[in-house]
Design a protein around this ligand. Structure first.
Ligand code: FO1
Length: 312
């Protein structure tokens, strides 16, 4: 049976890559991407939404190809001047990126919700698939270290993920709920795909919102492992797993999601783990999950959808 309503949960560069793959295969009315906003923060008077922007830039195909986040063909005149004037330059906002942030600030100041603001920015970038922030109210991921509690970007960018992670807290979660648009997408979803994003700081904040775990649990849901051959393809997922006392293996990610998912996608490098993942009650797809280019993203997305369709 063809899947007409798919929701992708995404955060980080891995999430944006698979979201782009799904957007190449599915029509705009078939796909909604729900994006983590736990990484968001206020900086220089701007609201920075790194995961949402990374998805938007990748879907618009204007992302920086090597970094995966930020814009291609970027300049840093504004940042250099901020630095010359004694302002903070540790968070590298490029000129083109700042243009988007100025527009976001102005739309927020006009009273639009974050969902409306992102929809307007998506339209301006020529993105036709729905990209939804996980909630309109702020939820901020705080990283607990032996000495301190750090805001996510302070930990991730400013301190380069060096502090040991002991745990995390989602500030603002008690006041937050999913938007009407997210609730509608989840209610209609025939398949939910957890992109190969960091389970702790990208996917868990989305799942922590009221209703999300039951919606996912009631639907066909699959995750793509962000861990391949005992390593994270990008970002601190492997370091976090180690520090949280987990084995750095795709199996540990499957265990983390156990009870919630019907299927798990393993990279071919991890084929020997398939039996152990199946023992957790999940179907397993073993394939090449490393998305090297636009065609690779499309191929992985198409394989996942064809696999999900076969279950009937
Ligand atoms: N990541 C960095 O490692 N250094 C940066 O200076 C940086 C700036 C930045 C600006 C805009 C944006 O949308 C993302 C940016 N990122 C930067 C990436 C971002 O911090 C992370 O990729 C995510 O928060 C983790 O998913």
């Amino acid at each position: 049976m063809a899947l007409n309503k798919v929701v992708a949960l995404a955060g980080g560069v891995g999430g944006a890559k698979l979201a782009h793959g799904l957007a190449q295969v599915l029509d705009p009315e078939q796909l909604t991407v729900v994006v983590n906003t736990g990484d968001d923060f206020e900086h220089l008077g701007l609201l920075i939404c790194p995961d949402v922007d990374t998805v938007l830039y990748n879907l618009a195909e204007v992302q920086h190809l090597q970094q995966g986040w930020g814009r291609a063909d970027e300049h840093f005149c504004v940042l250099e001047e901020v630095q010359r004037l004694g302002g903070p330059s540790w968070f590298r906002l490029g000129d083109r990126d700042i243009a988007l942030h100025l527009l976001r600030r102005s739309l927020i100041d006009q009273g639009l919700s974050l969902t409306e603001v992102i929809s307007s920015l998506a339209q301006r970038l020529g993105v036709h698939h729905a990209v939804l922030p996980m909630s309109d109210a702020p939820v901020r991921t705080m990283i607990q270290t032996p000495d301190d509690e750090l805001s996510f970007q302070e930990y991730f960018v400013h301190q380069r993920c060096q502090p040991v992670m002991r745990g995390m807290r989602l500030a603002g979660l008690e006041q937050a709920q999913v938007s009407v648009a997210v609730a509608q997408a989840m209610t209609a979803a025939e398949l939910v795909v957890f992109c190969p994003s960091n389970p702790f700081v990208s996917i868990d904040p989305i799942l922590a919102l009221p209703g999300m775990r039951s919606w996912v649990g009631e639907r066909k849901a699959v995750a793509v492992s962000p861990i391949v051959g005992g390593k994270a393809l990008k970002g601190p997922a492997a370091k976090m797993m180690q520090e949280l006392g987990m084995e750095v293996q795709a199996l540990a990610v499957a265990q983390h999601y156990a009870g919630l998912l019907d299927g798990f996608v393993l990279d071919a490098a991890d084929a020997p783990l398939a039996v152990a993942v199946q023992a957790l009650g999940m179907r397993v797809l073993v394939t090449d999950t490393v998305m090297h280019d636009k065609a690779g993203r499309r191929r992985l997305a198409a394989e996942i959808l064809a696999w999900g369709e076969r279950w009937g």
